[in-house]
Design a protein around this ligand. Structure first.
Ligand code: ADP
Length: 320
C-alpha cells in the first residue's frame, strides 16, 4: 500500500515486446492533485506506461500501484476510479453532447434520473458546452470534441484523470480552452497527461516526467527541472548612479555574477544568483531602497522547457 501522497507509484516497471524494450525499470511517482505532463518522443514508452497503469497490458517485470491498488491484481477497481481520454476519442456521430454524457453516466449510476441530469449539466458547464448540448456531435470542432471527451472522462468524478495528447490536434484557441479546463480540474482530481507540446506543459503543469527510449530521464517539479544545473538569472534595468550599489551587490555571498551593459539611456544588469530563495527575498528590496537609482524593470530570465528537453533527449529526436 502507498503510505504517502502519491496517486501513481511504480517500482522498476518494465515491459518488453519480443526483443523491444518498450519500458525499462520505470520508477514513476505522481503526487495527489498534481498536473503532471508526461513527455517523450515517439516510441518513448508513454502509451505502454498508460496501458500498464490501467491494467490493459501486463508488465514483464516490476510492480505499480494506483491509489495504493496493485495494477495487476486490482485493475478493475483502479479503472472504476480513473477517467481516461484517449488520443482520438470516438463518439457516435448521431448523438448529441448530452446523449454522449447520459450514455456514459448511466454506466456509473443507477441513481435517480434527476441526479444524473444534474451531473450532466454540471459537466457541460465545466467544459463550456451548455449551449451546444443538444447538437449532434458530428458537427463539433476538434476542440469541442476534446472538451466533450474531458467531460465524459470526468463524469464519475474520478480520483485520477489520464489524458493522452489532449491538445495535440487543436488550434491555439481550442488548446487554450482545454488547458483552462485542466487547470480548473486540478483542485478536484489529479491529472496525468501525455503530450509533445512543450509550451503547454510549461503553462499548465506543475510536474514533468520525461521518458526516452523506455528510460526515465527526468521527473519532478517543473521549476526544479528548469533551474537544475544552472544559476537563476535576474535581468534588471536601472537608471541613475549604479556604481556604488553595483559593488555592494557583487559582494553579496549569493550573487555569483553580475554582467552590465548599457541599454538606451539606462543600464541593464544580468545577475546570476546561487541561492534563489535569498535572491527572491532580498534583491529587489536592496535595489529599491538604494538612493540615487530607479528600477525601471525587474524580472527573472525564464528558461524554456524546450531547451531542457532537447538537452536531455538529445538532438536525434524531434520531440514528437
Ligand atoms: P509512445 O507512446 O511514447 O510513442 P509506445 O509506448 O507506443 O511509445 O511504444 C514504445 C515502444 O514499444 C516502441 O518501440 C513501440 O514500437 C513498441 N511497442 C508498443 N506497443 C507494441 C506492441 N503491441 N507490440 C510490439 N511493440 C510495441
Amino acid at each position: 500500500m502507498i503510505l504517502n501522497n502519491n496517486v501513481i507509484q511504480t517500482n522498476n516497471l518494465s515491459k518488453t515486446f519480443g526483443n523491444i524494450e518498450a519500458l525499462n525499470f520505470l520508477n514513476l511517482t505522481v503526487p495527489k492533485h498534481s498536473i503532471t505532463g508526461f513527455l517523450g518522443p515517439n516510441g518513448a514508452g508513454k502509451s505502454t506506461t498508460i496501458k500498464l497503469l490501467l491494467g490493459l497490458l501486463k508488465p514483464t517485470s516490476g510492480t505499480g500501484e494506483v491509489f495504493g491498488l496493485d495494477i495487476q491484481k486490482q485493475s478493475t477497481e483502479i479503472r472504476r476510479r480513473v477517467g481516461y481520454l484517449s488520443q482520438d476519442p470516438h463518439f457516435y456521430p448521431e448523438m448529441t453532447a448530452r446523449d454522449v454524457l447520459r450514455f456514459t453516466a448511466k454506466f456509473f449510476y443507477t441513481g435517480p434520473e434527476k441526479a444524473i441530469e444534474e451531473r450532466i449539466e454540471e459537466m457541460l458547464t465545466m467544459v463550456g458546452l451548455s449551449e451546444k448540448a443538444d447538437r449532434k456531435v458530428n458537427g463539433f470542432s476538434g476542440g469541442e470534441r476534446q472538451r466533450l471527451g474531458i467531460a465524459q472522462a470526468q463524469i464519475n468524478y474520478p480520483d485520477l484523470l489520464i489524458l493522452d495528447e489532449p491538445a495535440a490536434s487543436l488550434d491555439p484557441m481550442g488548446r487554450q480552452d482545454v488547458l483552462n479546463i485542466m487547470r480548473n480540474l486540478q483542485e478536484k482530481t489529479t491529472i496525468f497527461y501525455s503530450t509533445h507540446i512543450l509550451d503547454d506543459v510549461q503553462r499548465v503543469s506543475d510536474r514533468v516526467v520525461i521518458l526516452n527510449q523506455g528510460q526515465l530521464i527526468a521527473q519532478g517539479p517543473i521549476e526544479e527541472l528548469l533551474s537544475a544545473g544552472r544559476d537563476i538569472v535576474y535581468v534588471i534595468t536601472l537608471e541613475g548612479d549604479t556604481l556604488k550599489i553595483r559593488d555592494k551587490i557583487i559582494e553579496l555571498p549569493w550573487v555569483s555574477n553580475l554582467a552590465e551593459e548599457p541599454l538606451n539611456n539606462a543600464i541593464q544588469w544580468r545577475i546570476a544568483v546561487s541561492d534563489p530563495d535569498k535572491a527572491k527575498r532580498d534583491l529587489l528590496p536592496i535595489l529599491v531602497n538604494c538612493q540615487g537609482i530607479t528600477v525601471l524593470n525587474f524580472g527573472r530570465q525564464e528558461r524554456e522547457l524546450e531547451e531542457v528537453f532537447m538537452r536531455l533527449v538529445g538532438g536525434g529526436n524531434n520531440g514528437n
